[in-house]
Design a protein around this ligand. Structure first.
Ligand code: ADP
Ligand code: MG
Length: 266
């Protein structure tokens, strides 16, 4: 049938590749079920739109460099009563991203900071936003290398462009002077322009030591906290709970005592 081939070709040329592929089956269905012309075109275009949305979501998920896909539905809020589930559900509406605000998740290792950060990032990707996830160490390595090689200008774009930037695991390594300044520049470049989610095992009072420079840490926190939602998680590690449950063993010595001092590395 010449018309069928022509139609398929036109759909392809118009960039409606999924509609071109599914045209046959939609025509079959229309003939069998006697749907209206309007229903037919509606079904064909909906197929194309669904396909595109899914493909775009997959691409954004890949580009986000999320270490794994965790959702907020997989998070057991009953295990972490220090966490306000309503606050997290409110954050999951993503209005903070539209207002260019930050989310800062604080707490000792294993309490679910990365899980919540990733869960919010996945939600942002689902809602059509671009996300980039990076650990603090990797971020600073990358910026330092780019700085040394004179291509910092080029790398900034990676961290400035996404609608949401997630910086995970702030606090595990001390920053030297150059790293501190690069981090400050990054925070300034997104200030009131783009949202960030940060996670840290160190309370803000320890950031001066972490940066090795109290005025610099103050300047960074000043910008970060100007429009921010701070979430403090204080309770026990979920990793340890899982381990104890599996082995029936007691909690290892190094994890006993005060979990909220933020000095235990995960
Ligand atoms: P953190 O970033 O605070 O060190 P993670 O988010 O990496 O902790 O959590 C450690 C592991 O435990 C992850 O696999 C995470 O999915 C899981 N986890 C932590 N808290 C919870 C929770 N309340 N419900 C379900 N899984 C959790
Ligand atoms: Mg983590």
């Amino acid at each position: 049938m010449v018309e069928l081939e022509q139609t398929r070709l036109m759909l392809e040329n118009l960039g409606l590749s999924q509609a071109a592929i599914t045209l046959d089956s939609h025509l079959d269905y229309a003939a069998r079920s006697e749907i209206t012309y309007l229903e037919f075109i509606n079904r064909l275009l909906k197929d194309e739109a669904d396909f595109r949305r899914k493909r775009s979501e997959e691409t954004r998920l890949k580009l986000s460099r999320l270490p794994h896909k965790k959702t907020l539905d997989e998070f057991d809020f009953s295990f972490q009563p220090s966490l306000d589930e309503r606050q997290i559900r409110e954050l999951a509406t993503l209005s903070f991203i539209h207002r260019q605000e930050n989310v800062i998740l604080l707490g000792p290792p294993g309490v679910g900071k990365s899980h919540i950060a990733i869960g919010l990032a996945v939600e942002a990707i689902r809602q059509g936003l671009s996300v980039y996830f990076v650990s603090m160490d990797k971020l600073l390595d990358d910026l330092r290398r780019a700085n040394n090689e004179g291509r910092l200008h080029h790398r900034w774009k990676v961290y400035q462009r996404p609608g949401l930037l997630v910086i995970d695991e702030i606090g595990y390594s001390q920053l030297d002077r150059v790293s501190g300044n690069l981090f400050f520049q990054l925070i300034c470049s997104r200030y009131e322009k783009g949202s960030m989610i940060l996670t840290s095992n160190k309370g803000f009072g320890e950031w001066g030591d972490l940066m090795g420079d109290v005025p610099l840490a103050t300047a960074i926190l000043d910008r970060l906290l100007h429009h921010a939602h701070v979430v403090n998680i204080r309770r026990q590690s979920y990793r340890i709970k899982a381990r104890v449950k599996a082995s029936g063993s007691v909690i290892p010595q190094q994890f006993q005592g005060d979990m909220s001092n933020g000095v235990v590395n995960s």
